[in-house]
Design a protein around this ligand. Structure first.
Ligand code: ATP
Length: 625
């Protein structure tokens, strides 16, 4: 019979168990000693034990027993701790949970990412933050320059490694974390939960949602509320001089309702009101009107008189005359977010639009751009429909119907309903949402259009549109203003760098208090492409960068005094006819000569003639730029 030969067997035969006759051994290893127990559970343990005992005089059982005792104690301690913690947590701890569908979640995560205490945690999650050009500009420590080598080759700016240089953001990983804040000990639990989410069309799927639970000792949630408030303030601190633009969240997120129905799509520096070239009186009218409306006392005034607290504005005029620009400047002045809605979005239904309006913040601007192209459909009344049929000669008696007609009619009805479905929002639906009984109060609604004459009367009746502002092509005065604004010397670029609360200066609160740990860093205005230095390089390079015109080379990048600028602006303005070009067109012309006002003066005559010709022909492709 074949015998199994293993290491255990070999050791067994080499170190057989002592005979029971050995009295001292028997006393040391009684029937239920740890060694016999281990022998029962671990095959071959006895032989190993004897080998180590005989060879090195080392009783491994002592070590193993110690390990088992420690492991058992650990288990017992953990179980006891869990029970104690659960008892303490349920009786002596307060907690607040935040869902990732709410913006507070983002505020808290951003705050915790900044918290040096969390940063020192051993379990972090690395995220690639998406940053806008403005944020990158604020963070750039070095100012890039375009340089020219000895051979006259231009070294253009290159951003190929910008992704590599960008700093990841570290946030607390999924799990538990502890930290101190303002003398309070907090526990943070971050976890993902799968939610059963019904999708449109009868489908369903599991969706991940994150829950953030903050807890602290004590029966009051006050410290957590303060922490959340602090996180919110911290988040908004960097956004004070920014205008936040939001749009409806994707369809499956909108379903949860709440403030998560809107998502931030952009955040840009506030547009100063003075950069919008518009008749000063008209501008002041709008500003005063909105200022009056937003005053908290006005809400009471409206309520006392039973007037719905809503205000609508219609900005109308040709393309590129500043309708959107004024909306952004207004948002900056009043510190409001802009909620942009496109009524052409195919997935947006009337109910959803209504829900989106009910989830607007108390004060905000809602922007409905190009309302005339929004494809709003006015449901025809029965009379109108009959009339149309008669016009088309479609009216006939019931007897006239045959099977072919019937099939055609059914097919058409199906197609129509598909089209209707795609259109999504009807005029009556929109009217209801704007000022129906359940519609939101407190918002500023701005509708823009290039064709006010195409709008339905009902849409712009007082109550829906309370203030209309006309925009037109630039007057000569406005042309001068645009010119002067383009060539006014920039003030030194002032960068506000909020220093990251580091371990040496850990107090993030200093940022929140009015004694901020804020470093104001003055740097020069961004460098110009070195056209002057290029002039010393090869003639080819010079032409490539400078573009054309060599006559005014010596005048480039020259700083103009206010008097000189005003004089050049007057010469420029004289050549631009009143009310012919939109501010956007003039801005486009000037932008191509943004470092060279005198060149703009020299070339504007040719440009005006060329553009006049293009407009006369009704063409779209410009021959002069
Ligand atoms: N009145 C203005 N003052 C200053 N800049 C203007 C003015 N009008 C237009 N611009 C400039 O022209 C560009 C387009 O302007 P804007 O989007 O505000 O025009 P709009 O009237 O909303 O156009 P559209 O009807 O096509 O939406 C912007 O870069 C803006 O700076």
């Amino acid at each position: 019979m074949k015998q199994r030969v293993g290491i255990g067997n070999i050791l067994e035969s080499a170190f057989p168990p002592r005979s029971a006759g050995n009295a001292s051994e028997a006393a040391a290893l009684p029937g239920l000693s740890p060694t016999t127990l281990l022998e029962a559970f671990v095959p071959g343990y006895g032989a190993i034990h004897r080998f180590l005992l005989f060879s090195f005089g080392f009783d491994v059982t002592v070590l193993v027993s110690l390990g088992v005792v420690l492991w058992l104690s650990g288990r017992i301690f953990r179980s006891v701790w869990t029970i104690i913690y659960a008892t303490v947590a349920s009786n002596y701890m307060a907690e607040i949970t935040v869902s990732s569908t709410d913006e507070i979640h983002a505020h808290l995560i951003a705050f915790l990412a900044h918290q040096y205490k969390i940063n020192s945690s051993r379990r972090l999650m690395a995220e690639t933050p998406s940053k806008s050009a403005w944020e990158l500009d604020n963070e750039d420590t070095e100012t890039l320059e375009t340089t020219v080598d000895a051979k006259g080759n231009i070294k253009w700016l290159n951003f190929s490694n910008q992704e590599a240089k960008s700093q990841p953001r570290f946030t607390p990983a999924i799990g538990s974390h502890n930290f101190w804040h303002k003398g309070t000990y907090f526990q943070l639990r971050r976890k993902e939960v799968a939610m059963f989410d019904e999708l449109g069309g009868g489908g369903a799927a599991f969706k991940d949602k994150e829950l953030l639970t903050l807890s602290c000792f004590g029966r009051s949630t006050e410290p957590i509320k303060k922490l959340i408030q602090h996180a919110k303030a911290h988040y908004h601190l960097g956004h004070n001089a920014k205008t936040v633009i939001k749009r409806p969240a994707p369809k499956d997120m909108r379903r949860f309702g709440g403030r998560g129905s809107w998502v931030k799509i952009a955040e840009r520096p506030c547009r100063p009101m003075k950069t919008v070239v518009l008749d000063e009186e008209r501008k002041m009218d709008v500003l005063a009107d909105i200022n009056e409306y937003l005053n908290p006392a006005t809400a009471r005034w409206y309520a006392n008189r039973g007037i719905p607290y809503r205000r609508g504005y219609l900005f109308y005029g040709p393309p590129g005359t500043g309708k959107t620009s004024l909306t952004f400047a207004l948002a900056g002045v009043f510190g409001l977010d802009i909620h942009v809605v496109s009524l052409l979005e195919p997935t947006l239904t009337e109910e959803e639009l209504g829900m989106l309006f009910t989830n607007l913040p108390a004060r905000c601007i809602v922007l409905l751009e190009d309302i005339d192209t929004a494809g709003l459909i006015r449901e025809p009344s029965e009379g109108e429909e009959e009339g149309k049929k008669e016009e088309r000669g479609e009216k006939r008696s019931e007897k006239d119907w045959n099977v072919v007609d019937l099939t055609k009619a059914l097919k058409k009805a199906n197609q129509l309903s598909e089209e209707e479905k795609k259109k999504g929002i009807s005029l009556s639906g929109l009217l209801n949402i704007i000022d129906g009984v359940a519609s939101h109060e407190g918002r500023v609604l701005v509708m823009t259009t290039n064709h006010p004459e195409k709008l339905d009367e009902a849409l712009i009746r007082p109550g829906r549109v309370d203030h209309q502002v006309a925009f037109g092509n630039a007057t000569q005065l406005q042309v001068k203003e645009l010119f002067e604004r383009m060539y006014t010397n920039d003030l030194p670029r002032t960068k506000l760098i909020i220093t990251h609360p580091s371990s040496s200066s850990p107090d993030a609160d200093k940022i929140m208090n009015k004694n901020p740990n804020v470093k104001v860093n003055e740097t020069l205005t961004p460098p110009l492409t070195p056209t002057n230095s290029l002039a010393n390089g090869s003639a080819n390079v010079n032409r490539a960068v400078v573009g054309h015109n060599s006559k005014n080379e010596k005048l480039k990048d020259e700083e103009l005094s206010p008097d000189e600028l005003s004089e050049i602006a007057a010469r420029f303005t004289k050549q631009v006819p009143d009310d012919m070009f939109s501010p956007a067109e003039i801005q486009g012309f000037l932008l191509k000569r943004k470092k060279d006002p005198r060149r703009a003066v020299l070339e504007v005559g040719v440009w005006v003639e060329g553009m006049r010709e293009v407009k006369r022909r009704g063409g779209k492709v410009v021959t002069v730029q």
